[in-house]
Design a protein around this ligand. Sequence first.
Ligand SMILES: Cc1ncc(COP(=O)(O)O)c(C=O)c1O
Length: 229
Amino acid sequence: MPISQKISAKLKSSSWIRKMFEEGLQMKQKYGADNVFDLSLGNPVIEPPEEVRQAIKSAANDSGQGLHRYMPNAGLHDVRETIAKTLSIEAACKELTADHIVMVCGAAGGLNITLKTLLDPDEEVIVFSPFFVEYLFYSENHGGKTITVATNEDFSLNFNALRKALSPKTKAVIINSPNNPTGVVYSRKMLRELASILKEYSTDNNNPIYLISDDPYKKIVFDGIETPN
Ligand SMILES: Cc1ncc(COP(=O)(O)O)c(C=O)c1O
């Protein structure tokens, strides 16, 4: 096949989540959908709400002048403004405006753009183990190196291990709460401690470290659990 050796090798090691998903589809055919609990991809078990379907239909049918043409790279201004307002309330961050928001296609798109923007060759991105496996590829896609930091037995953040992993090459730390795959949710106290360690290290070494929060599951929590920013 006319593809690079690098991509060819990556394909062999990266596709196991997809393989599990494909196998799940086959098992559902064999044993019946009710008998297979597919935990491979984050596919919702419920269908999208009627309001969402209607909104998509009406956007597709909207014949407003220029609506379906290219737009500014960051996305439509009014959409970004609405999101900024919502996030300002949710994150208790009053200064957010449309200028702080960039629209992306999904979390993978957003993380890739962020890392592409931040990383110089061989700079390091810290992730806490166990982590969403695709993070390895997101950093590598942009010349970065992933540094894995162990968590505590209950999967909470291990700050001693983090301190040991920080280096002058550290450019970013990715956190994911609620976490895939462990489900753990980081408390406000834990996030504050993380922020203070990164701030201190950044200041002492004159090397800003960016904290990237990947929280696609922020709103899927139960029993009133708080998912702080
Ligand atoms: C923690 C985490 N980050 C990122 C992604 C990628 O999300 P998307 O499909 O929106 O690109 C996933 C998908 O499973 C995920 O679980």
